[in-house]
Ligand binder design. Sequence first.
Ligand code: KMH
Ligand code: ZN
Length: 270
Amino acid sequence: MEKLIITAALTGAEVTRAQQPHLPITPDEIAEEAFKCYEAGASIVHIHARDAEGNPTQDAEVYRQIKEKIAEKCNIIFQPSTGGAVWHTPEQRLQPVDLSPEMATLSCGTCNFGPDVFMNSEEYIEKFAVKMQEMGVKPEIEVFERGMIENAKALVKKGLVKAPLHVDFVLGVPGACPGTPEDLMFMVNQLPEGWTWTVAGIGRSELPLAVMAIILGGHVRVGFEDNVYYSKGRLATSNAELVERIVRIAKEMGREVATPDEARKILGLI
Ligand code: KMH
Ligand code: ZN
């Protein structure tokens, strides 16, 4: 089996300090947390920037600061969000791609997102894909619902992205696909040969789906964006604590953990 790529999704756009007192918000805090996750065994950091008031921002300048501060500390793969928050415009969301990061997320369809709607029309999915191709950015395809896999396949057919793709199944978002083992299995079975995948289980589904991914040869995403708890009723003390647990479980199961450069090879970044 390939080595395990662990992504740490540090901040997200929705989580607040009231929900998770250890949430990293400033560029310095995010870079420090990224470094701790790198030391723990993560090879990718998925980043959402926040402004000085702690609100989600897609401002390229803030992402640039975070990217540079992380690069000063370690060689972890920097993966900014183009999902942003549900209220960001597509143009705002696309800004971090101007920094030519190695990867960025590309959500491949529209779904409910709690009380809101996470809007990704065909027109904008294609615009995002074209821009990423221009900037030499590998998309991580965010899949919240089954049809989004077909939208990603359509992008390949149109030559807007290059196969094999790397997919992140985001399962358990209220209003979208639940995070049960059956849901993950069904999704994985729809992927074309050679595509790679990771799973971000939301809330209590984070750990069981991560364990499934370790067993099935997929990869794992954990972090405060998806889940602020270590166990029922006990908040995690850091994103790194969640990464450390995945490393321990993977080792116990005989699955080695990829370094950032090993992850780059698996994902075709080098
Ligand atoms: N915050 C969500 C609305 C991504 O990062 O690409 C979208 C999201 C996906 O988090
Ligand atoms: Zn995100």
